[in-house]
Design a protein around this ligand. Structure first.
Ligand SMILES: CC(C)(COP(=O)(O)OP(=O)(O)OC[C@H]1O[C@@H](n2cnc3c(N)ncnc32)[C@H](O)[C@@H]1OP(=O)(O)O)[C@@H](O)C(=O)NCCC(=O)NCCS
Length: 316
């Protein structure tokens, strides 16, 4: 069997072939991902597509993504073996190649998501472990435990800056969201909750929830990034009919950055309409942060998942 590694931009014929293979394997359309393989994200991420063939037959694939600004993190996706070649160790072999390449490039935490128990067995044999209350698995290199990884990755840092969201955060937002935050509703706009309160059923699918805010002119997202290039907080603003809803969260060690991160979203919102926030009543710390930013409580109502919610607005 022959293994080839491809880095974007991939040729159109190869993108067509891979998209058709992945669509048949996973049952969803790959049109929204073509731009990655065409090279749109090379400024932000190193992408390596692994393709195994026997003769002309496509046997199996996987796809490694490493953020250029933070190569200690990585994401693995598109693990697939064509039906006639399954059960011969192809997927295990491809994932091992990707893991070795990741480690050789300084990688320390490689994330993937799966709800497929057969795939999970392959990953666990190669050292991946499931993260609490989620479908996300991480392979830690040079960390003993997930707690050790987070102690290092989310450590307090000076010189955090706020930047607009971009594909640079495609992978980094996975550990930030998967952390077992005490805040129940991390972001009302994206409907992302803490894994402490709700199972997280996405991994690499989390980034598109934010990416859609880049392009529509009615929404935006902002990132708090440490000097080491680590993502330590996210905020969003979504406007509809001149009502703008803001929200955001950080690692516990970066709570001091939260007001600044939210202020960036508020500033963006203020030129577009009235500024609101919707916070779970149980998230008293977050309520206090919004109040410190000039928000006042308007009403309480029964939320869908997280119980009582509080609607806050900035007094004009
Ligand atoms: C999940 C999937 C990628 C597995 O691919 P695969 O190439 O059949 O996987 P492997 O052959 O490496 O492992 C499958 C089994 O074959 C066994 N196997 C058989 N021959 C083997 C050999 N020569 N060497 C190693 N393992 C072998 C493995 O031990 C494993 O056994 P297990 O079921 O007890 O864990 C494939 O079924 C697939 O494409 N599924 C649909 C897409 C999908 O779900 N992808 C994962 C998304 S995260």
């Amino acid at each position: 069997m022959e293994l080839r590694r491809y880095e974007p931009p991939l040729g159109k014929d190869l993108i067509d072939e891979l998209s058709a293979f992945w669509e048949a394997t996973y049952g969803f359309c790959y049109d929204g991902f073509r731009h990655i393989f065409e090279g749109d994200e090379t400024e932000h991420n190193t992408d390596i597509v692994y393709v195994a063939r026997e003769g002309n037959d496509l046997v199996g694939t996987c796809h490694l993504t490493i953020p250029r600004g933070n190569p200690e993190l990585g994401g693995l996706g598109e693990v697939a073996t064509s039906v006639p070649h399954r059960g011969r160790g192809v997927a295990g072999w491809l994932c091992k190649q990707a893991l070795c390449d990741f480690e050789a490039r300084g990688g320390r935490a490689l994330f993937l998501g799966t709800g497929n128990p057969a795939a999970a067995r392959i990953y666990e044999r190669l050292g991946w472990q499931r993260m609490g209350n989620s479908v996300v698995f991480v392979n830690l290199l040079h960390f003993d435990t997930i707690d050790d990884f987070y102690a290092d990755h989310s450590a307090k840092a000076d010189g955090v800056t706020i930047v607009r969201g971009s594909a640079a955060q495609r992978i980094a937002l996975v550990p930030l969201i998967l952390y077992p935050h005490e805040t129940a509703v991390l972001d009302f706009n994206t409907q992302i909750c803490s894994t402490k309160f709700k199972i997280q059923e996405m991994c690499l699918g989390l980034y598109p929830k934010y990416a859609k805010y880049e392009s529509d002119g009615q929404s935006a997202w902002f990132c708090a990034v440490s000097q080491k290039g680590r993502l330590v907080g996210l905020s969003t603003v979504v406007c509809a009919e001149s009502q703008c809803c803001v929200d955001g969260f950080t690692y516990p060690n970066h709570k001091q950055t939260e007001p600044e991160l939210l202020r960036e979203a508020i500033k963006w919102a203020q030129s577009r309409g009235d500024v609101q926030a919707r916070v779970a009543a149980q998230d008293t710390e977050k309520l206090a942060v919004f109040e410190s930013l000039g928000f006042v409580e308007k009403e309480r109502y029964a939320g869908a998942d997280m119980g009582e919610m509080v609607l806050l607005e900035i007094e004009q």
